[in-house]
Design a protein around this ligand. Structure first.
Ligand SMILES: *[C@@H]1O[C@H](CO)[C@@H](O)[C@H](O)[C@H]1NC(C)=O
Ligand SMILES: *[C@@H]1O[C@H](CO)[C@@H](O)[C@H](O)[C@H]1NC(C)=O
Ligand SMILES: *[C@@H]1O[C@H](CO)[C@@H](O)[C@H](O)[C@H]1NC(C)=O
Ligand SMILES: *[C@@H]1O[C@H](CO)[C@@H](O)[C@H](O)[C@H]1NC(C)=O
Ligand SMILES: *[C@@H]1O[C@H](CO)[C@@H](O)[C@H](O)[C@H]1NC(C)=O
Ligand SMILES: *[C@@H]1O[C@H](CO)[C@@H](O)[C@H](O)[C@H]1NC(C)=O
Length: 425
């Protein structure tokens, strides 16, 4: 089913520019503060003074000896990983120019920014990572036998947009240790991205990727959505943190190291066209709460992930997920389980199924917030055809910017902890 290919396009939007290396001194890096909450059943929710950092590829990477000269991987002074580490520096970012705004516990992302001299709308499409309260490393999010809950306002996110909240198994230090001295910037500069699409990025763990390898790692898409459609999707890889390889086959797995398609749950695709959307049961014209629970086989963190459950809360009312009928009617599932993936996503089962996803969730993953539009595919896998009510062309970013240049998503009140600790029924 083409529409179950879920978020396989997620990383393709990346502005491929530069990343990593030493730290420049032209623009100071000031991470927008974002309060988040860690919860337990006994102790309630405690505020954390966390912050967000934008991905390193957005930054200006330049020569240290000639600061006006940019560094591009593959050409001098960045022709080898060692030369790049010695000769190039990564700058801080003015977050107000990148479509990123935080207030208290809310993070607002904008897809476009209006240039204040030309009046033109420029794509910013931010991708940000949650930093720990010290600001030195990414926050270590462990969700096996736990839940993550947030409020979302995507009332101004039309067809073709994707406001995403997800996890990747990046190195928590941004790759400083793994790069063996080639990356001095690390998590405070947003280095070390990877995901289950094995994107070939200019830098991997902050070291120049002159061999054009892919950065593969486990990815859990908790939330990919606009006002018309939504999906959640585990994308397990074969194990480990980041694995690099130049194509799927060379990753040591004939069918690919990571599950690029994932095992996706989308209510519309399951035949429920009145469940999620504007004025629907989960009414996307207003803010609502999304709960995602990662249930283990023994209700402990040393168990196996067996169920990824979803609840919505709006106007104080808990809304259960819909019941999918899959496997020719033989499997009923209102969540992502092994039987559900077995019936809908053999590719996920071939890579260890959700149990492998659970191992990554137990080791700890990085929380990512991004907003993007899809130049090549118009995001039809998420919201068109079998997946949603949007038509095949209205997701064209060139169209979206005409009618909704201020397209944005706001995530707020982000909290995680023991099952049952993050919300009241
Ligand atoms: C978080 O920041 C607030 C305001 O600056 C401060 O009052 C509070 O003590 C900080 N919390 C922690 C746990 O450091
Ligand atoms: C335009 O934006 C720049 C960068 O934020 C700012 O320094 C400048 O003051 C702005 N100009 C006007 C006219 O708003
Ligand atoms: C785990 O907890 C759930 C909910 O409390 C319960 O239904 C289930 O039986 C428990 N599973 C095990 C293996 O203890
Ligand atoms: C997986 O699906 C196949 C049919 O497609 C079925 O024969 C098998 O029993 C299922 N396995 C599990 C563990 O559900
Ligand atoms: C992240 O937290 C988990 C669970 O507490 C722990 O096992 C793991 O070592 C932590 N990761 C790092 C890199 O500290
Ligand atoms: C798709 O939807 C847009 C917005 O409603 C509309 O302008 C356009 O004509 C539609 N295209 C097709 C092929 O139906």
């Amino acid at each position: 089913m083409a529409s179950s290919l879920a978020s396989f396009l997620l990383p393709l939007l990346l502005t491929v520019a530069a990343s990593a290396q030493q730290i420049g001194t032209t623009t100071p890096e000031r991470h927008p503060p974002l309060t988040t909450y860690k919860c337990s059943v006994a102790g309630g929710c405690q505020a954390l003074n966390t912050s967000v950092v934008i991905d390193s590829s957005t930054r200006w990477l330049h020569s240290i000896s000639t600061p006006s000269q940019g560094c591009n991987v593959g050409s001098a002074p960045c022709d080898t990983a060692e030369a790049c580490a010695a000769n190039c520096a990564l700058e801080g970012v003015d977050y107000s120019l990148q479509g990123i705004q935080t207030t208290g516990d809310a993070l607002k992302l904008n897809q476009w920014r209006q240039d204040n001299t030309t009046g033109k709308w420029q794509t910013v499409s931010p991708r940000t990572y949650l930093l720990s309260p010290t600001g030195d490393t990414y926050e270590n999010i462990t969700l096996l036998n736990a839940e993550l809950t947030f409020d979302v306002d995507l009332s101004n996110l039309p067809c073709g947009m994707n406001g995403a909240l997800y996890l990747s198994e990046m190195e928590l230090d941004g790759g400083i240790t793994a790069s063996k001295g080639l990356n001095k910037a690390g998590a405070p500069y947003g280095t070390g991205y990877c995901d289950a699409q094995c994107p070939s990025l200019p830098f991997i763990n902050g070291a120049a990727n002159t061999a054009k390898l892919g950065a593969c790692c486990n990815e859990m898409d908790i939330w990919e959505a606009n006002a018309l459609a939504t999906a959640y999707t585990p994308h397990p890889c074969m194990a480990e943190r980041i694995r690099t390889c130049d194509n799927d086959v060379d990753c040591g797995q004939p069918k690919g190291y990571c599950d690029k398609w994932g095992c996706s749950f989308n209510a519309y695709q399951q035949g429920y066209h009145d469940f999620y959307g504007r004025g629907k049961q989960v009414d996307t014209n207003k803010k609502f709460t999304v709960v995602t629970q990662f249930v283990s086989s023994n209700n402990r963190t040393d168990g196996k992930l067996v169920d990824i459950r979803r609840l919505y809360i709006q106007d104080g009312k808990v809304i259960q997920n819909v019941q999918a009928k899959v496997g020719g009617g033989s499997v009923l599932a209102d969540s992502v389980t092994d039987p559900y993936c077995n019936a809908t996503a053999t590719w996920t089962q071939e890579r260890g199924g959700i149990a492998h996803m659970g191992e990554a969730l137990a080791r700890g993953m990085v929380l990512i917030f991004s907003l993007w539009a899809d130049d090549g595919g118009y995001m039809t896998w998420l919201d068109s055809g079998n997946s949603g009510p949007c038509n095949a062309t209205e997701g064209n970013p060139a169209e979206i910017v005409q009618h909704t240049p201020d397209a944005s998503v706001t995530f707020s009140n982000i909290r995680w902890g023991e099952i049952g600790s993050t919300f009241k029924a």
